[in-house]
Design a binder for this molecule. Structure first.
Ligand SMILES: [Mg+2]
Length: 224
């Protein structure tokens, strides 16, 4: 995580927790170690990818209280919205969710159940840019924050960046420095990062040009 901060000047980083750690206690130890290494001024988020039970999620929140997490993402299965609300009611760690929800109606349900602090619509899943704008408007009406989910590739990232530029409820953008050719090679223009901030392109449309050579390289011919 320190190397990511060195490379991009970021002031926030996110780590995986949950089932891959084996136990909740192991996740807690990893988070506390990360906080100690990062110091107090770097925001630290965690993502359980829906792999904790409600009880495990509550135990995790108690265990990492001193790490001052910026958010705890998908503590429990996205199919258990009531469980998510129960976790949120038990902690003051902001709860983030929504990357696999469809349309404003799913997000309305999350909001009405008081299950989230941070909505994470994925524009490739939630219904596109127009539906994303509706979801962001809902967030604003309920004084919630938005962090678009944009890990699927360069076009999705570019769309999420435009949403962020147009909507004050979007307070942060995630950018992966891990191996991800769909994100890093599908677009011709490199993502411009300066001191942890992403510069908004002024090119037309999404501001990204598809790298046709990349597409050709990964195209699988249809059989028969
Ligand atoms: Mg996630």
């Amino acid at each position: 995580m320190l190397s990511y901060i060195d490379r991009g000047g970021f002031d926030a980083v996110k780590m995986r927790v949950g089932i891959a750690d084996g136990t909740v206690e192991a996740s807690i130890r990893r988070v506390l170690a990360a906080r100690e290494a990062l110091g107090p001024s770097i925001a630290l988020m965690v993502d359980a990818h829906g792999t904790h039970s409600v009880a495990e999620a509550k135990r995790f929140c108690r265990g990492v209280a001193e790490a001052h997490l910026a958010w705890y993402e998908e503590p429990v299965s996205p199919d258990d919205k009531r469980g998510l609300a129960e976790v949120r009611a038990a902690t003051d760690i902001p709860i983030a969710a929504g990357e696999s929800e469809f349309t404003r109606f799913d997000f309305r349900d999350l909001i009405e159940l008081r299950a989230v602090d941070i909505l994470q619509p994925d524009l490739a899943i939630c219904g596109g840019i127009t539906e994303g704008m509706r979801i962001v408007a809902l967030a604003a009406a309920y004084q919630l924050q938005v962090a678009p989910h944009l890990w699927g590739g360069a076009l999705l990232f570019a769309a999420g960046l435009q949403l962020a530029a147009a909507c004050p409820s979007v307070f942060i953008l995630e950018y992966s420095l891990g191996a991800n050719p769909m994100l890093h090679e599908l677009g011709q223009e490199p993502v411009a990062i300066e001191k942890g901030a992403i510069l908004i392109p002024d090119r037309p449309g999404l501001g990204v040009t598809v790298n046709e050579e990349f597409v050709a390289r990964y195209t699988v011919p249809r059989r028969g």
